[in-house]
Write a protein that binds this ligand. Sequence first.
Ligand code: ADP
Length: 262
Amino acid sequence: YDVYGAPVMADSGRLRGVTLVMHDITEQKKLEQVRKDFVANVSHELKTPVTSIKGFAETLLDGAIDDPVLSKQFTEIIWKESDRLQMLIVDLLELSKIENAQFKLDLEDMSLKDITEDVFELVRGKAEEKGMHLHIQEQGSSVIEGDWQRLKQVVLNLVSNAISYTPSGGHVTVALKEQKDAVVLKVQDTGIGIDPKETLRIFERFYRVDRARSRNSGGTGLGLAIVKHLAEAHHAKIEVQSEEGKGTEFSLTFPKKQPSTL
Ligand code: ADP
């Protein structure tokens, strides 16, 4: 508690009592802590690739540049780390845009199946490299009112994760099912799964179940935080079901019409 006290004096000048004002600051403190943790995490995530880029550039300048094998190897690392830095900055900007009070969806009627097909085009290269199989299932119409670009981001993040966290040769399925007033989109994989204890935390910014493995998967740690924000902006419900070693299913239930436009 924040406590302020002030004496209350009688006309005679004698002390009559004390007024105490107490504010419950636990909630405020928690938010402040979340903000501090976020800044610390961002700094750490930015520092790691920058340190590596700087180190390898220095080594090149110190002479490694004359060795064709080393110079190729180091330049590749510099490229990879810059790429990582760029993804991180793009995701951070995206998150800050979404969290802005002025953030608005650009709504239109569109099909989640079309979005999934677009996303599969984007990830096809990565999927083929790993020998992964991509499938779409549709029951009824998958047309909802939503923001095309944002929903594409949602499906892309979920499908990219499904590919990243599934061993070579596995399957990723996007299943779409019409309900009375909603459409359910499921992204299923046959991957490593998530410990049930972790399923709530994975939506936190920079939270990863296995830091080392996730970093190697090329993600920024912000993907699911972005998914959660954008799904909530569309009044969608998110559920996760997972079994370790078997696979994971993210399920998003979208209303067909956004409440604001009913
Ligand atoms: P990242 O960039 O690390 O993938 P995300 O926010 O997209 O960050 O995901 C957070 C964490 O949730 C991941 O690091 C991973 O541990 C876990 N995760 C997400 N999707 C899956 C999945 N389909 N299968 C297993 N684990 C997953």
